[in-house]
Ligand binder design. Structure first.
Ligand code: ANZ
Length: 506
């Protein structure tokens, strides 16, 4: 017998709709409850794609199963409906994005219903609905009025933030600045990819390796813009611990851990020769300081202008201009040839007071650590490649743990990079009194870190790859920030009672 889906499915879909078969039961006495949430689709003009029902079918099966087991199931659908395409379409055709969005939502709803998925349509939400974004604005106000208490590992009201006396002494302006620096939502300059033709900020993922915008194909540029950011980095440790308790596949959990990217090491200050300035670096290997033969600053580092000597200014400026056109992905691509420019300046290696040249190179990124590194070419592959290309000194400071006498000799002569463990050599100095020769990596790291801390030259430091979340979008078709920018540059937030703040002309 053929399955007559035209008749059978229509009949039952009509029945489900009329009888609200999948309505969430309101009987609160049932202790068996289950909330099954799908990722809301962005209602594009093209209608559903095959990936939507793929995921929705799995959650639908689970929802039906739970209902049959006597659970109160909340299984809603909604539309993640703000976004660029509706806005671009509006620019091209003069149709208000709310009209396009409404039409697209209607198509999506009809298609999802035709698939027979068991949603409670009374619970449908739309992110462009002021009744919905009233609550995202409410959350934003609360984030703005919260600081993160490191000891308790949780957010607390900004009114409970202790302001140190040496700051409150300086007056109202400095106190406000201090408080603002602790808010979970903050307004700050951030370097972003700007697409001049779409006139929007692009996410990193939207910038292709050739520096073009994936949506329109035009070249993007780096720009400093005031942006709203969320201080998610402060939650890195809590997020990391939380992953352990998740019942997720180990591979996915590892991906999450790598995304957070915890890395332990030290920050070390290097004095600059002939300047009253220091450059701070982040390193996971403070034990390799004796092998640090040069330093590198990211092209965006704030000190590049001050450090670069007159003689090298033109070539450094040209280098910085050229790298501003590259994406981070491009810059860290290991298969690409390393590039860089010498600043003419020298720094002093704190463990032996030797002068080492300071370079600018784009394999050092501005958004990570301090945006500056000490380079240890004998024991770091990127540095080895760079030092070889630019003929910078390479000193082996670890006796490699290899059997092959030829390879061992190559490494000791600094003709090959060694990134594994080995007992230190060439790691002592009379002028500073440090000697870690013969120690292994673990004790070397702890000894050097202790020395740096006692000399006030550095300290142990944990870094995370996770960046603070850039929250602004520079678009019309998105929920407005409940913020007033006054003429004198001050900021205040709307009262909760005045929410939602609606879009002009919506
Ligand atoms: C000296 C050194 C010697 C390093 C050695 C490594 C090995 P993870 O593990 O990812 O945290 N680094 C620091 N900041 C950087 C930046 N902004 N851009 C590019 N590289 C940066 O990596 C930390 C290591 O990456 C740091 O430790 C630094 O190089 C480099 F045998 O310092 B290391």
């Amino acid at each position: 017998m053929d399955y007559n889906f035209h008749d059978i499915e229509k009949k039952w879909q009509k029945y489900w709709e009329e009888n609200k078969t999948f309505k969430t039961p309101e009987d609160l006495t049932n202790p068996k409850k289950c909330y099954i949430l799908d990722m809301f689709p962005y209602p594009s003009g093209a209608g559903l794609h095959v990936g939507h029902p793929e995921g929705y079918t799995a959650t639908d099966i689970f929802s039906r199963y739970k209902r049959m087991k006597g659970f109160n199931v909340l299984h809603p659908m909604g539309w993640d409906a703000f976004g660029l395409p509706a806005e671009q379409y509006a620019i091209q055709t003069g149709t208000h994005p709310s009209i396009t969005t409404r039409n697209n939502c209607d198509t999506f709803r009809r298609q999802i219903k035709e698939l027979g998925l068991s949603y409670d349509w009374d619970k449908e939400i739309n992110t462009t609905d002021p009744g919905y974004f009233k609550w995202t604005q409410w959350i934003f106000i609360h984030l703005y009025n919260t600081w993160f208490d490191d000891k308790l590992q949780k957010g607390r009201p900004i009114s409970e933030l202790p302001v140190p006396e040496n700051i409150s002494k300086l007056g109202k302006k400095e106190t406000v600045k201090f408080i603002d620096s602790k808010r979970l939502a903050y307004y700050d300059n951030a370097q972003v990819w700007w697409c001049p033709s779409c006139r929007i900020v692009c996410a990193n993922e939207e910038v292709l390796t050739d520096g073009s915008h994936e949506k329109c194909g035009n070249r993007v540029e780096k720009k400093n813009l005031k942006q709203w950011m969320l201080r998610i980095q402060l939650y890195a440790e809590r997020l990391l611990k939380g992953i352990d308790n998740l019942e997720w596949p180990e591979g996915i959990k590892d991906m999450q851990r790598n995304w957070i990217g915890r890395s332990t090491g030290a920050e070390v200050d290097f004095r600059l020769d002939g300047l009253n300035e220091k450059v701070r670096v982040f390193t996971t290997r403070p034990d390799t300081l004796f092998g640090a033969t040069y330093m590198v600053l990211a092209p965006e580092h704030p000190l590049t202008g001050i450090i670069t000597t007159e003689e090298y200014k033109a070539s450094v400026d040209e280098y910085i201009r050229a790298t501003s056109l590259k994406s981070d992905l491009d810059r860290t691509d290991l298969s690409k040839d390393k590039t860089g420019a010498f600043t003419g300046r020298y720094a002093i290696n704190p463990v032996n007071n030797k002068k080492i040249p300071v370079w600018i190179a784009d394999y050092v990124l501005t958004g990570y650590g301090t945006g500056a590194i000490m380079a240890v070419p004998a024991h770091d592959t990127r540095d080895f490649e760079f030092a070889t290309k630019f003929k910078l000194p390479i000193i082996c400071i670890q006796d490699p743990d290899v059997k092959d006498p030829e390879q061992r000799s190559r490494i000791l002569k600094a003709e090959e990079c060694w990134t594994e463990d080995g007992k230190y050599i060439n790691s002592s100095d009379k002028s500073t009194g440090i000697d870690i020769n013969g120690l292994n990596k673990e004790s070397g790291i702890s000894q050097i870190t202790k020395w740096l801390e006692s000399e006030k030259l550095g300290s142990a430091k944990i870094n995370y790859k996770l960046r603070d979340w850039l929250f602004s979008r520079q678009r019309y078709w998105g929920e407005p920030f409940p913020v007033i920018h006054w003429e004198d540059g001050e900021i205040s937030l709307l009262d909760e009672a005045d929410l939602p703040l609606e879009l002009p002309g919506a």
